[in-house]
Design a protein around this ligand. Structure first.
Ligand code: NAI
Ligand code: MG
Length: 364
């Protein structure tokens, strides 16, 4: 059998810098654990625009559809800010998500003990935190029609529409229940059924899907209360499922409980392919960080943890993902810090490559 395929799209800014470290980690798993991947690399975002005038070429799109998993760095940068909307680097990312139909966005918020002091919350509220937010990613208010800025009388009106079909809710809910079954069998669904019809339908469909997962303890919460609870007592949650808009906000909020943007991975999953693996793209939450790009300062951990998620969710290598996460845990416990993880002055930050070196050494 041929090796599973990985398409790597480093993108712009710090994307290529953090991805270089991931490539070394991938090579380590090939050499030391017999986990070989067929890796190919291609362009996305500004890099793709520079090469062929589009943020994602049709060829790259086709390769992404074929790949067992896509690993993306980050896109964007000031150089591209004035481009036409349809040519912006972000459109490349959105096209991947839309055409691969990646409807389930997994955003973990996990507190590494060594970084608990780094949280804006008290240490005992976040120490040991390990929750997962599942955000519906392909529908809702970011895609609903009608949308636009229209003339109405003698002023303009901006319109976006929150729209969810039952099947869109159902597949997102199902992926959250599946995840809950692999974790601690506890799921909280968040919407605003008190003021939004789409929320009423959301709650109804989630309850219906729940009948297929009797072992999962399901609760519902209004999303505004959910935001408060996330900050007040985040450890009450295990898996949270919510729509695209609330998920955008709640996952950013949850993420910050644990410290730096440089630590946050994500997975976006779609329907199973012929080989049973879900369509999948893995990427750090952070952007291209133009303020530190090209300086060797970027923290590669978010991107490396995204690869750990690929091991777990695309390649059924949960034990190897644990191994990689444990190596990162050890490096952090040893006090190795990139600049974004520095709370006190006395510590000298390591470079992107030195962080990669430390993780590889811990793996060995
Ligand atoms: P950003 O995430 O790139 O940076 C925000 C801040 O966090 C910056 O100070 C940056 O230096 C720091 N930071 C981010 N990642 C880091 C890492 N791995 N290590 C150390 N420090 C890190 O967000 P920003 O500045 O709003 O956007 C910059 C560009 O990235 C824009 O063009 C934006 O459109 C794009 N962007 C792309 C995303 C993606 O590709 N998924 C997501 C967010 C923004
Ligand atoms: Mg966001």
């Amino acid at each position: 059998m041929s090796n599973p395929s990985l398409l790597i799209l480093p993108g712009d800014g710090i994307g290529p810098e953090v991805m270089a470290e991931v490539r070394r980690i991938i090579d380590w798993f090939g050499a030391k654990r017999g986990l070989e991947f067929d890796v190919s690399e291609d362009l996305v975002g500004g890099a793709a625009y520079d090469a062929h005038g589009k943020p994602l070429s049709d060829e790259t799109m086709a390769k992404a559809q074929e790949a067992d998993a896509v690993l993306l760095g980050a896109v964007g940068g000031p150089k591209y800010d004035d481009l036409d909307f349809s040519l912006k680097p972000e459109r490349g990312l959105l096209r991947l998500r839309k055409e691969m139909d990646l409807y389930s966005n997994l955003r973990p918020a996990q507190c590494f003990d060594a970084l608990a002091d780094f949280s804006s919350l008290k240490k005992d509220i976040v120490a040991g935190l390990d929750i997962m937010i599942v955000r519906e990613l392909t529908s809702g208010v970011y895609f609903g029609e009608p949308r636009g800025i229209f003339e109405e009388g003698n002023e303009r009106v901006g319109i976006n529409t929150q729209r969810y079909t039952e099947s869109e809710i159902e597949r997102a809910a199902r992926s959250a229940f599946e995840l809950a079954m692999r974790r601690n069998k506890k799921l909280c669904s968040m919407e605003k059924a008190n003021v939004m019809e789409s929320g009423i339908l959301w709650r109804e469909v989630v309850n219906r899907v729940a009948q297929d997962y009797p072992e999962v303890e399901l609760s519902h919460m209004y999303a505004d209360n959910g935001a408060m609870q996330l900050v007040r007592a985040p450890k009450q949650f295990d898996v949270i499922v919510t729509d695209n808009l609330f998920g955008d906000i709640l996952s950013d909020c949850a993420a910050m409980l644990t410290g730096s943007l440089g630590m946050l991975p994500s997975a976006s999953l779609g329907s199973p392919m012929a080989n049973g693996r879900p369509k999948a793209m893995y990427e750090p939450v952070h952007g291209s960080a133009p303020d530190i790009a090209g300086q060797g300062k970027a923290n590669p951990i978010a991107c490396i943890l995204s690869f750990a998620m690929a091991l777990r969710y695309s390649f059924d290598q949960g034990a190897e993902a644990d191994r990689l996460e444990a190596a990162i845990e050890k490096v952090l416990a040893d006090g190795v810090r990139t600049g974004d993880l520095l709370a006190d002055e006395g510590v000298t930050p390591v470079s992107t490559t030195e962080m990669g070196d430390a993780i590889l050494a811990a793996l060995d």
